[in-house]
Each structure stands twice: as C-alpha cells, then as structure tokens.
Design a protein around this ligand. Structure first.
Ligand SMILES: *[C@@H]1O[C@H](CO)[C@@H](O)[C@H](O)[C@H]1NC(C)=O
Ligand SMILES: *[C@@H]1O[C@H](CO)[C@@H](O)[C@H](O)[C@H]1NC(C)=O
Ligand SMILES: *[C@@H]1O[C@H](CO)[C@@H](O)[C@H](O)[C@H]1NC(C)=O
Length: 200
C-alpha cells in the first residue's frame, strides 16, 4: 500500500503536467484550426466582367465555407458548401456564381448592384472559424474616357465623309442620267414630230 501511494504522490505533478500539456495542445490546434488568406481584399471592376473573389484557407478537417453579401440594401447569403460536395447557392445568385475548392468564388457578369462587401466564413467541425472580407466596387464603363471618345468621334467622322462622298457621286450620276434622258426625250419628240410631218 505504502509504495503505491508514494508512487502516486511522486508522479502526481508529472500526470498533472501531461494533462495540462494535452489541454494546451488541443487549444492550440483549435485556435489555429483555420487560417484564411485573402490576396486582394479590394477589387475594382466594370460592368459585365467575371470577377474572382480569391481566398485560400488551410485547416485540418473538412470545413464549411459560406459567402455572404452586404450592401446598402442589407445582407444576403450567396452560397454555402463543403469542398468536394454540391454547393447550396441562394436563389439570388443562381447560375451567376461558381465555387472553387480553395474557398474562392467567381461571379459572372457583375452589375453595378453587385457593389458591396463580400464576407467569407470558413468553419471547421470543432467550431473554430475564420472570416474575411472582400470589397467589390463595380462601375459603369467610363464614357468620359477621352481616348474612347476620340476613337468614336474619328469613326463617326470617317463614316460621315464616306456618306457625303457617296451622296456627291450619286448626285452626279443621277444628274448625268437625267440629262441623258432629257436628251433622249427631246430626240424622240423631234422624231415624232418629224414622223407626224411625214404622215401629213
Ligand atoms: C479602386 O478605386 C479606388 C477609387 O475609386 C482607388 O482608391 C483604389 O486604389 C482602387 N483599387 C484598386 C485595387 O485598383
Ligand atoms: C483559388 O483557386 C482558383 C481556381 O483554381 C485560383 O484561380 C485562385 O488563384 C486560387 N486562390 C488563391 C488565393 O490561391
Ligand atoms: C440550402 O439552403 C437553404 C436556405 O439556407 C436551406 O433551406 C436548404 O436546406 C439548403 N439545402 C441543402 C441541400 O443544404
């Protein structure tokens, strides 16, 4: 009896130490369970572009990835999925979004109304999670772009020149044609008159 009790007493601190170590490792694993990197947290786009909201996560198990969209009009869910399974896409983004295994999503043909905050949350089974935000700004195609305006003006000028020369050529042609016809008419009437003269 005595030797066992003394053994326990002697090793109690070792057992406690091991227990504490296990707890610390578990907590450490849990807090570092998910990591998320977002290479480009600010994206400027123009209307009708396809935009990749690029992220990359790392964790031990299979996580659940969820994307939400926040704008002036409120927040709505876009998509939720686990890598390797079918994604659950919300009605508002049906056929407009595609998911990648690294957690990224692509939005097809964005419009000005897609401007807003996109929040991605990666949740691991244990309950640890990480979230990140990408700000997307979608603008109209810039018509005040002087280069664009200059090109359009040059094009319109060229078209106008071609049209004016065409009209001039047509005018000339029709004038000539009319003169010929008048000439012919005159000839035919004189012929008729001559014929009439002969008839008489
Ligand atoms: C996006 O546009 C804003 C101004 O509208 C500018 O401050 C910002 O640097 C731009 N970001 C990128 C990634 O081009
Ligand atoms: C995520 O995957 C997509 C498609 O394979 C890739 O284009 C993108 O660069 C990846 N994102 C990161 C941050 O690696
Ligand atoms: C997809 O999401 C909707 C709404 O969040 C939910 O009601 C539905 O059960 C989900 N479907 C699947 C297959 O997870």
């Amino acid at each position: 009896m005595r030797p066992l009790r003394s053994w326990r007493r002697r090793n109690r601190h070792i057992i406690l130490g091991l227990f504490a170590l296990c707890l610390a490792v578990a907590r450490c694993l849990q807090s570092q369970g998910v990591s998320l990197t977002i290479p480009q947290p600010n994206i400027n786009a123009t209307v009708a572009q396809d935009i990749l909201l690029s992220v990359e996560y790392s964790c031990h198990g299979i996580p659940t990835i969820e994307w939400k969209y926040t704008s002036y009009w409120g927040m709505q869910k876009i998509v939720e999925w686990q890598p390797g399974t079918q994604a659950n896409v919300s009605q508002s983004h049906k056929d407009r979004v595609c998911t990648y295994d690294n957690g990224s999503i692509q939005l097809f043909r964005v419009g000005v109304r897609d401007t807003g905050y996109y929040t991605v949350t990666v949740t691991e089974g244990l309950g640890s999670s990480q979230f990140g935000i990408i700000v997307l700004h979608v603008s109209e195609i810039l018509y005040e772009d002087l280069h664009f305006v200059a090109v359009v003006l040059a094009f319109l000028g060229a078209v106008a020149t071609v049209l004016i020369s065409l009209m001039w050529v047509c005018n000339k042609c029709s004038y000539k044609f009319q003169r010929k016809r008048r000439h012919k008419l005159k000839e035919s009437t004189t012929e008729e008159i001559e014929l009439q003269n002969i008839d008489c």
